[in-house]
Design a binder for this molecule. Structure first.
Ligand SMILES: NC(=O)c1ccc[n+]([C@@H]2O[C@H](COP(=O)([O-])OP(=O)(O)OC[C@H]3O[C@@H](n4cnc5c(N)ncnc54)[C@H](O)[C@@H]3O)[C@@H](O)[C@H]2O)c1
Length: 269
């Protein structure tokens, strides 16, 4: 029988873990016996999550870490090793969206800000995460970088976000080759449209409309669905998967939806 028990006792840092996909991943890891370092800029929600995990018998600790700050990233991995004696993996999940605009309406300050978290943050998470894995273990480990559907295809009015996410996949592919001999797997996951705080204040109607039009199965993803993929990648079942950009998007990135068929499914019958 195939099971996920190989994750038991593994130590993982999850960044941007206080909410959304990072929270779902942290909970799922803890439920399956992993020791989780919840890293986020939001102390209140991060501590709440740790309390929730502990109340359910799981193991977790919080550290405040801004992924755009090198000192914070270094302290975050040191903290994991001090708390649990080793680091098995890191999920570089922290990331922000950007307002949808054509490129000439973005400022270079906006570019610097978004890339400092979505791209430099992931660069540093991989750099210091891998360093800590190599120092603390004889072999093996995993890195999961949260990219996006926007990491594998262009999106109108999203050049800035799209650039950061393509960069995340570039880092993933190259780094996976560097550490393959060390048995450290490095993958990107590419979520489509999930229901989290990344949507900000967008009206519910707009979100549902977006899901209906752009998600081929017509619904938003549940963060738990991303967590299950992240659990698989953390397990020993996935040791041969590395350098991949794995879509989890109900086929959104698989190709173009032909408008007539999409809006009139009856013509297919
Ligand atoms: N939700 C989606 O539909 C979707 C789709 C594709 C990709 N993603 C990616 O998934 C990741 C998580 O997105 P989400 O939807 O869960 O977002 P979210 O807004 O729900 O949660 C993001 C978390 O990151 C934290 N954070 C923000 N800036 C940070 C920083 N500088 N350092 C550390 N933590 C920081 C926030 O406090 C928050 O807890 C992001 O990288 C996002 O680009 C999300």
């Amino acid at each position: 029988m195939t099971d996920f028990s190989s994750v038991k006792g593994k130590v993982a840092v999850v960044t941007g873990a206080a909410e959304g996909l990072g929270k779902a991943i942290s909970k799922c890891y803890a439920e399956n016996g992993m020791k989780v370092v919840v890293a986020d800029i939001n102390t209140t929600k991060g501590l709440e999550l740790v309390k929730e995990i502990k109340s359910q018998g799981g193991e977790a600790s919080f550290i405040k870490a801004d992924m755009s700050k090198e000192e914070d990233v270094k302290e975050m991995v040191d903290f994991a090793i001090k708390a649990y004696g080793k680091l098995d993996g890191i999920v570089n999940n922290a990331g922000l969206g950007a307002p949808n605009r054509p490129i000439h309406e973005y400022s270079t300050d906006e570019f610097d800000y978004l890339t400092s978290i979505n791209l430099k943050g992931v660069f540093m998470g991989v750099k210091y995460g891998v360093e800590a894995i190599l120092k603390s273990k004889s072999s093996g480990g995993f890195v999961i970088n949260n990219a996006s559907l926007a990491g594998i295809m262009g999106n109108s009015s999203m050049s800035l976000y799209t650039a950061t996410k393509h960069g995340v996949i570039g880092i993933t592919k190259s780094a996976s080759l560097d550490y393959a001999q060390h048995n450290i797997t490095i993958n990107s996951i590419c979520p489509g449209t999930f229901r989290t705080a990344i949507w900000g204040d967008a009206p519910e109607e707009l979100i549902q409309q977006y899901a209906k039009n752009l998600s081929p199965n017509g619904r938003l993803g549940d963060p738990k669905e991303v967590a299950h993929l992240a659990l698989f990648l953390a397990s020993d079942l996935a040791r041969y998967i590395s350098g991949a950009a794995i879509s989890i998007d109900a086929a959104s990135s698989a190709g173009k939806i032909t408008p007539a068929e999409w809006s009139n499914p009856e013509i297919l019958n």
